[in-house]
Design a protein around this ligand. Structure first.
Ligand code: DC
Length: 218
């Protein structure tokens, strides 16, 4: 097992931005587990899979991870799906289909394999509680739903995507609720995780705080 850093938290808390920076600074590999659940959700959407069939259908989705030019690339049955899994529709479906036990078992196995042979910064919802329970550094990164919605709104507006702030916040609250109340591996702070509320912190401040935690245990 590598010197792993586990970062969990709700949608839009800044996990991937921060995790990428930490990985770069420490020369760790960044593992974005949400992208794997998104690839699986994309597979279900493409095939119009019924929710009752997620458990059996997920066995036909071969999800693999490669690193190309330092970026994580997710392959679904041999196809690079990085460009199609970032939509709100796929994110919302991922929040629903990730509650399925077979989907989780399949992806957790892949995640644990990735962490077994390298130093990784892994982000998701259940990394500290379930995927890497022995990670020496665990962080629960959160921010108010208002602030998370505001960040998402800015991000979409900068890309020229028309969006509604109140709708974004409502979606975030819905997604949090689903992720936190599902039966298997719900999103929650691990007992030994450090809570960081980034509502009033810059990206640099959060990155530094986590690197500091890592240096303390190293
Ligand atoms: O982090 P994200 O928005 O890309 O994740 C999409 C969904 O996938 C999220 O709403 C819940 C699910 N997910 C999960 O259940 N467990 C993880 N480790 C990562 C994501």
């Amino acid at each position: 097992m590598g010197m792993n850093i586990a970062i969990d938290g709700p949608a839009g808390a800044g996990k991937s931005t921060i995790a990428k920076r930490i990985a770069k600074e420490l020369s760790f590999i960044y593992v974005d587990t949400g992208a794997m659940y998104r690839a699986m959700a994309y597979f279900f959407l493409q095939n119009h899979t019924d929710q009752a069939d997620f458990g059996t259908a997920c066995q036909d989705a071969d999800i693999t991870i490669k690193y190309e030019n330092g970026e994580q690339v997710v392959y679904l049955n041999g196809e690079n799906v990085n460009g199609v899994i970032r939509t709100e529709a796929v994110g919302n479906m991922a929040s629903v289909s990730s509650a399925n036990p077979q989907v989780r078992a399949k992806l957790v196995e892949l995640q644990q394999k990735l962490a077994a042979n390298a130093d990784v910064v892994m982000d998701g919802r259940d990394i500290g509680t379930c995927v890497l329970p022995d990670a020496p550094v665990k962080v629960y990164l959160t921010a108010s739903s208002k602030e998370r919605a505001r960040r998402r709104y800015e991000e979409l507006s900068a890309k020229g995507v028309a969006c509604d702030l109140a709708q974004i916040e409502a979606d975030i609250i819905d997604r949090d609720h689903r992720d936190m109340t599902r039966e298997i591996s719900p999103l929650k702070q691990a007992e030994d995780a450090v809570l960081i509320d980034s509502s009033h912190m810059t990206i640099e401040e959060v990155t530094e705080a986590i690197i500091h935690l890592y240096k303390d245990v190293r």
